[in-house]
Design a protein. Structure first.
Length: 62
């Protein structure tokens, strides 16, 4: 899964500060995160346990 924040309808809003993608990216100017299939289950388990924020990415319409 490739997530580019610039394609998110909530990009640069108050929702970014508690989104998983922003928690993982190391630099403010980075906007793309690649999540490998084998990582998705581990991320989901962390999120369900409350140990990681949710991925709030919502693709822009169009």
């Amino acid at each position: 899964m490739i997530i580019d924040c610039k394609d998110c309808e909530m990009f640069q809003s108050e929702h970014c500060k508690d989104c998983f993608v922003m928690a993982v990216l190391s630099k403010e100017e980075q906007t793309t995160l690649v999540i490998e299939p084998e990582e998705q289950e581990a991320i989901q388990n962390l999120q369900e346990s409350g140990l990681a924020p949710l991925i709030k990415f919502r693709r822009k319409a169009g």
